[in-house]
Design a protein around this ligand. Structure first.
Ligand code: PLP
Length: 451
């Protein structure tokens, strides 16, 4: 019996991280969820239904795009973009929302609740609830509701109730607390559709499973696209010249092996960790592939100025929000405030699986500052005609930095986890201040006339 208990308990952990530290009132809900998850995770019928919905509702597979202009302008490694930004509702969050929505439906739940930071998870959950005929309530920090307002509007259009969280720093960390508390008050007909690969077991495993479609698709897409590139190189008479060139076009440089099946580096931003573990998970055993997670460097290195949990020296192991991981904490174990231009990375903790692979060295961590991120948004917009989410632009900024230091012919895949339309109210005042202010004043005057 003890051995069984130990095995039960052990499967809830990634090394020292993970686990389940929940209040008594949630024990039945977690037991029900664990049982339901165990019954579907190897169920072909469930995954067939999910795959059909991923194709028809989400628009999967999302493309893998070679960023030729960006690569040429960087002059180093070849940069590829995995375009989760093109998934329905504009980000990877829909992969998990759809999977958990179907699971909740199977469990007979009538209502979904969720936390959200950037609003992408709230939007995805609200869309899935509408499609599956479920009631929906989203908890969102007051600060995030203001800065990500286009998504608040979208959630309401999908029929969700958006509840403002006014405690603490009024951002994502507080929204997670509020959603968890709300779940304790109404568990019987409600599923808490957690939005990242974190929280008590089995959430990290559930979210990672639904997000790992990103890496699975990438594996075959990369092989196919690389073979196409090799075909182009074999037909291109200038290839010898290009290979010898130290700058200029790096697109076909070093392409000689039609069989190259793995990228050299993969880069993803890390909030709670769902798009990164979704991209990386299928490649953890491919030791030649460097996996790089990028945290929010914010506007400084002092506590409260960033959300860098893994490399700032301010992240410490602890149990917070019912799971054990690395959290930004002061000497007394109180959570430190965080800051980031991107609401989706503005979180004090990190998913337990990423903490584990970060500590054992399989996943490297770095960060990008708010300023680098705003530059990266503009660079991608101008070179490739793609507007990335501020979250995704962290990965891009780090990838560009890396590409410049790597030999031509190195293949770097960046996860463009979402698109930047939602960030209009953050980017426009910073990048186009006067014009934006004039526009807003004129809009207010026009609306006052209408209302
Ligand atoms: C577009 C986008 N990318 C990344 C994230 C970060 O979340 P995660 O680390 O779970 O992928 C968010 C969170 O809201 C997001 O909206």
């Amino acid at each position: 019996m003890e051995k069984i208990m130990n095995e039960q308990a052990r499967k809830r952990y990634f090394g020292d991280f993970g686990g389940r530290f929940i209040p008594e009132v949630l024990v039945p809900a977690f037991e029900e969820l664990e049982e339901a998850w165990a019954s579907v995770k190897h169920d072909r019928k469930f995954f067939d239904e999910l795959e059909r919905a991923q194709r028809d509702f989400v628009g999967r597979p999302t493309p893998l795009l070679l960023a030729e202009n960006l690569t040429t302008s960087c002059g180093g490694g070849r940069i590829w973009l995995k375009m989760e930004a093109l998934a329905h509702t504009g980000a990877h969050k829909i992969n998990n929302a759809l999977g958990q929505g179907l699971l909740a439906k199977k469990m007979g739940k009538k209502r979904l609740i969720a936390e959200t930071g950037a609003g992408q998870h709230g939007l995805a959950t609200a869309a899935v609830a509408a499609r599956l005929g479920l009631e929906c309530e989203i908890f969102m920090g007051e600060v995030d509701m203001a800065r990500q307002h286009p998504n608040v509007y979208g959630m309401r259009l999908f029929g969700a109730r958006v509840t403002a969280v006014t405690e603490g720093s009024r951002t994502l960390t507080d929204a997670v607390n509020a959603a968890m508390k709300s779940w304790t008050e109404r568990v019987s007909d409600t599923h808490y559709l957690i939005g990242s690969a974190l929280g008590p077991y089995p959430f990290p495993e559930i979210v990672r499973t639904f997000q790992s479609v990103i890496g699975k698709e990438l594996r075959s897409q990369f092989r196919e696209r690389y073979a196409e590139l090799a075909g182009r190189a074999s037909r291109d008479p200038s290839i010898e010249m290009e290979q010898g060139a130290s700058s200029g076009s790096c697109i076909l440089a070093g392409v000689s092996d039609a069989q190259k099946s793995l990228p050299d580096v993969m880069v993803a931003c890390v909030g709670g960790g769902s798009n990164s573990i979704g991209l990386f998970h299928d490649f953890l055993d491919d030791e030649s592939v460097r996996l790089v997670g990028v945290e929010a460097g914010g506007h400084g290195t002092a506590p409260g100025e960033h959300a860098v949990r893994m490399t700032s020296g301010q992240g410490r192991p602890g149990v917070v929000q019912a799971y054990r991981s690395i959290f930004l904490q002061d000497d007394n174990g109180s959570l430190l405030p965080t800051s980031s231009v991107s609401a989706g990375l503005d979180y004090a903790g990190i998913g337990p699986e990423l903490a584990y692979y970060g500590k054992n060295g399989r996943i490297e961590f770095t960060s990008a500052s708010d300023e680098e991120v705003l530059d990266a948004v503009q660079v991608l917009a101008r070179t490739e005609g793609i507007l990335p989410a501020l979250e995704s632009a962290h990965a891009l900024a780090a990838a560009v930095r890396l590409a410049r230091t790597l030999p031509v012919g190195t293949d770097i895949v960046v996860n463009i986890s979402g698109r930047g339309d939602k960030d209009l109210f953050i980017t426009a005042p910073r990048l186009d201040g006067e014009d934006w202010l004039d526009f807003l004043k004129a809009e207010v005057a026009r609306l006052e006339g209408l209302l």
